[in-house]
Design a protein. Structure first.
Length: 83
């Protein structure tokens, strides 16, 4: 039977990985986004993961927020810097 510390150590491994996953996928497969969108994905993923620890699905929530943050900030970057 897993203890509370075992559960915490398993969850701790995912800290920040949602934002890193989103940034790496966009960096490898597209030219969409830049520095600000990468920072938004990383920070959004970390903050949401910390806040969402009380839920049963903090990783999926932080992945969704990191993706949304990346896309929204990349759209803003394109409108601001390339128009």
């Amino acid at each position: 039977m897993p203890t509370a510390s075992t559960t915490w150590s398993k969850r701790r491994r995912h800290f920040g990985s949602a934002g890193i996953f989103v940034v790496v996928i966009f960096a490898l497969f597209s030219r969409f986004g830049g520095v600000y969108s990468a920072a938004a994905a990383l920070l959004g993923g970390i903050v949401t993961w910390i806040v969402g620890m009380q839920l049963d699905f903090p990783y999926l929530l932080s992945l969704a927020v990191a993706f949304s943050g990346y896309v929204l900030t990349a759209s803003w970057e394109m409108a601001r810097f390339y128009s």
